[in-house]
Design a binder for this molecule. Structure first.
Ligand SMILES: [Zn+2]
Length: 277
């Protein structure tokens, strides 16, 4: 989920400042600062470079979460992202929806639209309810990396890749997104013919994507899963990110699937219709 980027994307056109990923000293300083600020409020503050993790879950859950951050970032850096976020990002993990909503309000003055979590580029923070599981965390971690590596990425690919990793596994040393709860939504749209052709979805603007009349997350997610399952995702990403002319991904997609997108539309729907969870 990344609604809030909508608000700032149109306002911010900052000149490139020589930004770099946070140093060990920066992370340590932020950790101490947060420990002081949150003293007595029941939080643990842990450095897991390039992030600082703040959580109200202690004990075994704490190390499990921190290890999950390390595992996810290690794998997505290896396959997609050569650059780490060039600013210090805090990862706030709340143990349930109640503490998440309370914390979002108290520390960020936010009233989240989603019960799961979100990335707030203006606060340099991922803020989430980790209660339902770590899938939200692996989803949200993709966003700051995408921001650093592919700054003008269209929403469909940003959310498609993030959603691919909502139920992640490791396969032969790579991150692997397994078919998840978004499948029934996609399959019923295919049956009802309520989604536009692939080429049209790729052309959606940011608002068009987030405010689509169909489940654009499910559509984008499974398009990215198609590429993953056919061994074409990394090749697609490389081609797409390097293509300065076509910002929709249409050219890169047609090239990696080896056919015109009209023909691919039929292939994709057939593949997605036959998927099982
Ligand atoms: Zn998202």
């Amino acid at each position: 989920m990344m609604k809030r980027l909508l608000l700032i994307a149109s306002i911010i056109a900052l000149p490139a400042i020589a930004a770099a990923e946070p140093s060990a000293a920066d992370l340590k300083a932020r950790q101490s600062e947060l420990q002081k600020k949150l003293a007595g409020e029941g939080f643990f503050v842990v450095v897991e470079a390039p992030f600082v993790v703040i959580t109200d879950e202690g004990g075994a859950a704490l190390s499990r979460r921190v290890n999950f951050v390390k595992w996810t970032t290690g794998l997505i850096e290896k396959d997609f992202f050569s650059k780490r976020p060039d600013k210090l990002i805090e990862i706030w993990l709340f143990k349930n929806e109640r503490t998440y909503r309370k914390g979002a309000k108290k520390y960020f003055n936010d009233e989240p639209e989603t019960p799961y979590g979100y990335y707030s580029p203006e606060d340099d923070a991922l803020i989430m309810n980790i209660g339902p599981g770590a899938g939200t965390l692996s989803h949200e971690l993709v966003h700051p990396y995408m921001e650093a590596n592919f700054p003008n990425v269209p929403a469909w690919f940003n959310e498609g890749l993030a959603s691919l990793y909502e139920q992640p596994r490791e396969r032969e040393g790579h991150m692997w997104g397994t078919t998840n709860w978004r499948l029934p939504g996609l399959q019923s749209m295919i049956r009802n013919k309520s989604i536009p052709p692939v080429a049209k979805m790729l052309e959606t603007t940011r608002d068009g994507f987030y405010e689509a009349s169909y489940d654009s997350y499910a559509y984008a997610r499974f398009l990215v899963q198609y590429l993953q399952d056919h061994g074409k995702l990394r090749d697609f990403y490389k081609k797409f990110a390097a293509d300065t002319k076509d910002r929709t991904g249409k050219t890169a997609l047609a090239a990696v699937v080896g056919m015109e997108l009209d023909a691919f539309d039929v292939v994709f729907r057939k593949w997605a219709g036959a998927l099982r969870r």
